[in-house]
Design a protein around this ligand. Structure first.
Ligand code: SF4
Ligand code: SF4
Length: 104
């Protein structure tokens, strides 16, 4: 005869809703990033359009060419464009990008 074992159900903590880059798949690094000042971005990461505008190159996966795909960290952090410096974690644009890249 089977015995009935009382089980303690672990109370799960609620999902962490805090917004941090650590828990983000570099959503903002899929955006177009125009180069409007000189910060020392290596030429190999730069694309120039037919009108001479310069922006960060993006690869076929949609991410910026300067993003390390393994760590999801910027490989040129000290030389990142002004737009990247001004993009603030947790602000409206950040939240919008995270929502847009959320898996269904
Ligand atoms: S700034 Fe926002 S969108 Fe960009 S990596 Fe951090 S959390 Fe993600
Ligand atoms: S330069 Fe760096 S911070 Fe800016 S989009 Fe590319 S990987 Fe992201």
């Amino acid at each position: 005869m089977p015995s009935h074992v009382a089980m303690n159900i672990a109370v799960k903590t609620l999902p962490d809703t805090e917004i941090t880059c650590t828990h983000c798949e570099a959503c903002c690094c899929r955006l177009e990033v125009m180069l409007i000042t000189e910060t020392g971005v290596p030429e190999r990461f730069i694309e120039t359009d037919q009108w001479g505008s310069r922006s960060m190159a993006r690869l076929d996966d949609g991410w910026c060419a300067a993003l390390n795909r393994s760590t999801l960290l910027c490989m040129i952090y000290d030389n990142r464009p002004l737009i990247c410096r001004e993009f603030e974690m947790g602000q409206d644009e950040c939240i919008t990008e995270r929502e847009a890249n959320r898996n269904p």
